[in-house]
Design a protein. Structure first.
Lengths: 313, 249
């Protein structure tokens, strides 16, 4: 996503354009991180479940879109199927890996272990299906068009990614904060018993949050697959690790925090790759995380002791 | 309207209810009093479906609701205002009230927002404030208002006076009386026995999971046994709430 280029401007202007270019690239990839991290932080913030199979859902989303395109169907359909499929897969995880643990009342630790297991299952199935191959969307799946203005190049794919991220994040925020269902979701997160006493079915709420979370990861998977044109069974793993960084940076369980964390992460990452030896990227990102946590131990937008939406039961 | 017969239940391994029978008729306001640990909250939670009873039955009008899922019980119009109010602190007052609409399901609203605001004007004034920033009394009003939004046919209240200053207890009880005059059926669980008997028409006394007395509230307030056990020392202990020493299990 980064590349040196020469647009024939004087040095200083070229330098400014370069920074602008990197910031733009960072914003776009940050938007994709946001899709992934939001679902991750949503399930953690609402239900106290650290779903380590979330990367598997991202990978599954990319696979669904890939096979849809392979079958000769349009990419848009692939994206929709990946969103729905990711959501349903996530609901299936809730059913198989978390529901019984939830009843035991010890969900935090148990869920980490069972989701590691669930992730292995997903990765292994994907490995079998793809014969351990790296797959690519056929050439021209997404038209390669590059726009240029003020010395900054934007590809149609980047615009599409940014638009997808923005739309999905807006939909999520709207669902969560402006609808009756979202109100019930937040109520169950804050005080399940009180929510049940006003007539909320908690199982329906778990279904909705896991579906939303998985749908976002499915969409992220398609965008990642398109951006790097590389789809393989392990593609979810780095995102899981980065997802951790992002939600800790932003504040565990905080939806706006995950947004902010993702965009920051995307920009820091592209800037360090552009200007420094690329091997330093992770060192720099974790150093920044370390420094931020020194100053704000709960992350940028986190609240002490609990996530923004998470009360004690 | 609500008929409980021979209800037994355990809570945390302790038998909390031993064959409790009581009934609440349409339009009545009934108190359930008794010392801490008598099983009052367990009884309410059985009715609400949160605790599964071991034996006995709970009927709402002619329907058997024993052991039904709690959200279905709420949606059928049997709404509990839980102990400790349980408002959602990080939501606004208005959002808390709107959350109450969940219990409506397909039933028509009987207490729309305007009517709740009329009953508790403070909730209108503090509409956009976070519920966590309200005082205890205001939170109690919010909890009652939230239940009202779900069109209760029967309102169950668990210790609404808990932790409130006496003047606020008066206010909350006055609101309950007004609701009752407007036709609301209410079952009021209280440790504050004297005041509960003042505002209700009938009452039951629960002790160690059994109904010890039952009858008209005015009669119970005069009953020597009830006075000795539940009302006698109250005046001296008023600041600590009504918690008779010899009533402890």
């Amino acid at each position: 996503m980064w590349e040196a280029f020469d647009v024939g401007l004087p040095d200083q202007a070229a330098g400014r354009a370069m920074i602008a270019q990197q910031l733009l690239n960072g914003l776009v990839s940050g938007g994709v991180y946001a899709l992934f991290a939001l679902g991750f932080t949503l399930v953690f913030g609402l239900h106290g479940i650290l779903n380590l199979a979330h990367g598997g859902v991202l990978m599954a989303g990319a696979f669904i879109a890939y096979y849809t395109v392979q079958a000769g169907l349009p990419l848009a359909l692939g994206l929709v199927l990946a969103i729905i499929g990711g959501g349903l897969l996530s609901v299936l995880l809730e059913f198989t890996a978390f529901r019984r643990l939830r009843r035991s009342g010890e969900v935090e630790f148990g869920a980490i272990i069972s989701s590691i297991g669930a992730n292995l299952v997903l990765v292994t199935i994907a490995q079998r299906i793809s014969h351990t191959q790296v797959m690519r969307f056929p050439f021209g799946t997404f038209p390669i068009v590059i726009y240029q203005f003020l010395g900054v190049r934007v590809s149609a794919l980047q615009l599409f990614m940014a638009a997808c991220s923005l739309v999905l994040v807006v939909i999520l925020t709207f669902c969560l904060y402006r609808t009756g269902a979202g109100r019930q979701i937040r109520a169950v997160a804050s005080n399940e018993r009180a929510a049940v006493l006003v007539g909320t079915n908690p199982n329906a709420v778990y279904f909705q949050t896991f579906f939303l979370s998985g749908a976002l990861a499915g969409a992220a998977g398609v965008l990642v697959g398109l951006a790097f044109n590389s789809i393989h069974f392990m593609m979810g793993e780095p995102y899981l690790l980065r997802g951790f960084v992002v939600i800790i940076l932003g504040g565990l369980g905080s939806v706006p925090g995950a947004m902010l964390g993702s965009l920051l992460f995307g920009m820091i990452q592209t800037l360090t790759i552009a200007y420094l030896p690329s091997g330093l990227t992770d060192a720099i990102i974790y150093s920044i995380l370390f420094l931020i946590l020194l100053v704000r131990p709960n992350g940028l937008l986190g609240k002490p002791a609990a996530g923004v939406m998470r009360g004690r039961r | 309207m609500l008929t409980i017969s021979n209800l037994s239940a355990s809570y945390s391994g302790i038998q909390a209810l031993r064959g409790v029978s009581l009934d609440v008729a349409q339009g009545e306001m009934v108190a359930l009093i008794g010392p801490n640990g008598a099983g009052k909250s367990t009884l309410l939670n059985c009715v609400s479906g949160i605790v599964a009873p071991k034996a006995g039955s709970i009927r709402l009008e002619s329907r058997d609701i024993t052991g039904q899922k709690p959200w279905l019980v709420s949606r059928s119009g049997l709404l509990q205002v839980p102990e400790g109010r349980q408002v959602l602190p990080e939501m606004t007052v208005l959002e808390n009230l709107r959350l109450g609409l969940t219990a409506l399901g397909t039933r028509p609203a009987t207490y729309p927002l305007a009517r709740v605001h009329e009953l508790f004007p403070v909730l209108a004034a503090r509409s956009a404030q976070l519920a966590g920033s309200l005082s205890g009394g205001e939170q109690q009003m919010l909890a009652i208002g939230r239940a009202l939004m779900g069109a209760p046919r029967l309102l169950l209240l668990d210790e609404p006076s808990l932790g409130l200053a006496p003047v606020l207890v008066q206010q909350v009880f006055a609101a309950l009386q007004r609701l009752n005059r407007d036709g609301m059926t209410i079952l009021l669980v209280e440790q504050n026995a004297r005041q509960a008997l003042e505002v209700t028409s009938r009452a039951y006394v629960l002790e160690q999971g059994q109904v010890m007395f039952g009858g008209r509230s005015a009669d119970l307030a005069q009953d020597p046994n009830v006075i000795a056990l539940y009302l006698g020392q109250e005046q001296k202990r008023e600041t600590f709430g009504a918690k008779p020493v010899n009533g402890e299990p």
